[in-house]
Design a protein around this ligand. Structure first.
Ligand SMILES: *Cc1c(COP(=O)(O)O)cnc(C)c1O
Length: 433
């Protein structure tokens, strides 16, 4: 698979190169520019095809010029010891639960595949790398879990001291082995600045083979297409072309669905469901793309005011808004509506949803009122137990913390406290681990 920068098609990379480079040198995002036709592959899948089988065959079809079948098999086996689940909640809505991985959110799919792919390439080339990442709390844990015990890779996570929740801190600091937590006396912005400074120091970067595992990595995006394909195969006997409803923030998840569609998956439409950070729905209705500062909402993992993956979508649609509108339908859900939806689906459908999932479900319901014949697969992006406070406040139910997370609370924290200066990070690197 050949990848190009969204900002300049003369900047090219292989999948392996893009994995370790992250952001393209011109600041663009890597995207696949040549369409693969996987229609006949998809036709061979049905409801009995396992998620891992689909992941393996699709990955092989798009990456076989760089990885042989055994390598792909190893990557998929090591990446996915968890699966999506599809639950029917009404006559025309199925919920695609993506929270059965180690950190109980869909980001586990992308992070695990990225980690397993990096491990495969590094082992093959007999090289080592250090992943350096800053987190404000949640995103770091998917990376930490995904890279845990991977060969030839160490992970250093910088987080702001006293500014992450106790559970988030446990997620970052209790793994040990190749996962190193640096507790920084400062803010998230300090952590991010230090990571940036380290990457900008060319000598430091090459001495330690520093690399990132950023959410914009194509290695995290591509594997997210697998669960669209799997869920389509689950329902294909019943419905010809499902509509996918995607609770969105940075639009990585939705973009992955668009790639599956582009490769030939029979999809009728996508619903882009957002909270008050409605940059993309606004663009679809007004034709004007205008980023702004994000506002805080109940579905905080979707509080994004400048969605990075707009660049990838725009490339896919050749900057043609009419193509955008043909494929994507926008819906905006307020916090009050999110609360009402969480209550309504619990009382009427006996289903407990996290706020992000609820945004999607209301958007799906609105769409179905206008398109009664359609069938929606609505993506559930996180386990309700990850958002205990808001779920309890809105529904009165104290959701059980998933066991993957509750077991962490009794484990001991291991972190190195440092000042918010690059030299402290450098001395940690020099000391070795
Ligand atoms: C990251 C995240 C989202 C948004 O996904 P994007 O790919 O950024 O659009 C939605 N819900 C949850 C729980 C998330 O963690």
């Amino acid at each position: 698979m050949k990848l190009y920068s969204t900002r300049n098609k003369s900047i090219e990379a292989s999948f392996q190169e893009a994995l370790f480079i992250g952001l393209a040198p011109d600041g663009g995002l890597y995207y696949p520019a040549e369409r693969e036709s996987l229609t006949s592959l998809f036709e061979g899948f049905d409801k009995d095809t396992t998620f891992n089988e689909i992941a393996e065959k699709v990955a092989y079809s798009i990456l076989s010029n760089e990885l042989d079948n055994d390598a792909i098999k190893r990557i998929i086996k090591r990446a996915f010891n968890f699966e999506p689940k599809l639950k029917t909640i009404t006559n025309n809505i199925d919920v695609l639960e993506l929270f059965h991985g180690p950190t109980c959110a869909f980001k586990d799919f992308g992070a695990s595949f990225l980690a397993a792919s990096m491990e495969e390439f590094l082992t093959h080339d007999k090289k080592k790398a250090i992943i350096l990442t800053a987190t404000s709390g949640d995103t770091g844990s998917a990376v930490a879990q995904a890279f845990y015990e991977k060969e030839n890779i160490d992970v250093i996570i910088l987080y702001p001291s006293g500014r992450v929740s106790p559970l988030q801190e446990k997620q970052l600091t209790t793994l040990g082995k190749n996962i190193h937590a640096l507790e920084v006396k400062g803010s998230f912005d300090d952590c991010q600045r230090m990571v940036k400074e380290a990457f900008n120091d060319k000598e430091l970067k090459s001495t330690f083979s520093l690399t990132s595992a950023n959410s914009i990595s194509i290695g995290r995006l591509l594997p997210q297409s697998f669960y669209y394909i799997w869920s389509w195969a689950q329902v294909k006997d019943k419905y010809e072309k499902p509509v996918f409803c995607v609770p969105s923030g940075n639009f990585g998840n939705l973009t992955a669905g668009l790639y599956a569609d582009w490769w030939g998956l029979p999809v009728k439409n996508f619903i882009a469901a957002t909270n008050a950070n409605d940059i993309v729905p606004e663009y679809l209705s007004s034709g004007i793309y205008k980023t702004r500062s994000s506002v805080k909402t109940h579905s905080n993992a979707m509080d994004v005011g400048a969605p990075s993956n707009y660049e990838r979508m725009n490339r896919l649609f050749n900057e043609d808004i009419s193509k955008f509108r043909e494929k994507i339908h926008g819906e905006v859900v307020t916090d009050t509506q999110t609360e009402e939806t969480m209550k309504w689906i619990l009382d009427n459908l006996n289903y407990l949803a996290c706020p992000h999932t609820a945004v999607g479900l209301l958007a799906a319901d609105r769409y179905l009122k206008e398109n009664k014949q359609d069938h929606v697969i609505s993506l559930s992006t996180a386990h309700p137990g990850k958002f205990v406070e808001i779920v309890k406040q809105v529904t009165g139910i104290n959701p059980e913390l998933p066991k993957e997370l509750s077991s962490l609370l009794s484990k001991d924290k291991e972190a190195t406290l440092i000042e918010n200066k690059l030299e402290d990070l450098v001395s940690f690197l020099n000391k070795g681990f």
